[in-house]
Write a new protein. Sequence first.
Length: 416
Amino acid sequence: MTIYEIINKISNGGMDELFSQVYSESDSEILRQRARYLNCAENFSRLYPLHEEIHIFSVPGRVEIGGNHTAQQHGNVLAAAVTPDILGFVAYHNENVVRIFSKDFEHVEIDLSDLSDIAEKYSGYGALTAEIISEFAAKGIICSGFDAYIMSDIPVESGFFSSVAFEIFIGNIINNSSDKRLSEIEIAKIGHFVEQKYMEKEIGLESYLICAIGGIAAFELNYPHNPVIRRLDFDFSKSGYSVCLVDVGENNENFTDTYKEILYDMKSVANAIGVEYLGEADEDAFFDNIAEIRKKCCDRAVNRAIYFFEENKRVFLEVEAVEGGRIHEFLELVNLSGKSFAIMLQNMQPSLKLALSISRRYLNGSGAVRVHGGYVISFVPDYMVGNYIKTLDNIFGQGSTKAMKFRKGAAGELYV
């Protein structure tokens, strides 16, 4: 479709059904997405007015429901794709250049005629993009060029990992330009490899996988490069609960520092036991030898190891509850996971503790609440969402609390 056909279709409500499937069935959210897509289309048209055939891509953010911070120790994780996404309008061409503009990410321009010395020529998202293009080329999928305008609803530098979604986004664009296609899992592995190479972040492969496949899935990471993936056939939108994100305004550097501490502590306990990762450790042997392990590691590290063993088992209980349709049991497990996370794992900022306390008081036994990536995530009964948002916004500032849904569909091109 041309950009003008797409703009007309959006304006006339022709994409409302798609919006209801990808985002939410609420009238207000459909209207918001109309405005958002029109904004993206108009910016694309202004930057690249000569293109005829336009493609729309969307990649979701993600949350970890269970197994937070267990992935790097080869543990188990329950994760879900969420409706905040990276949205992009894209046009392919044969100019041997990639141009990406955005108000949310730095400008990217890649010369495709020479992809050597990427680290010297590019930095940040430019380096990520160039390396992803290079990795696809090594697999026989050659990018001849494209122009894109993108915008993101995913909190930047958060536990939602906007950079992960960006890399899956670029991978999907390249993948869809060729008759030879890689699988979602292969795209996720390319993104994971590139992130580790250029950003040096300890992000697990499961983060890439859930952004790529969508829905809710459990991951067994005994062999992290080839995880066992268990997709859960459950429509959370029909459960009667929404997921709310509370941004308490903390500097995410605090979260990053704690994250590094957790990795270090868990690794130290694993090494004290004589293994490389806690996922390889015998749990009974760990508890039998805590007195000796304490002599080698600090008590904080031992406590975090206990969290790992408990959370690793809890993931499977959450999966069984979801698959059995036992939503209240699932939410009880999420609450247990959140409390364990707060008490045993993370050095939590006072504002996060306050948001947890207010949320628990407001929910009064309904739903669930936990911390995720420097934010508070709450499972709120649908009928309470409006007042919950008002209550938290009144404390932490207007717009600090947002409702979202789990995204059922996978990432990629939206066929309109």
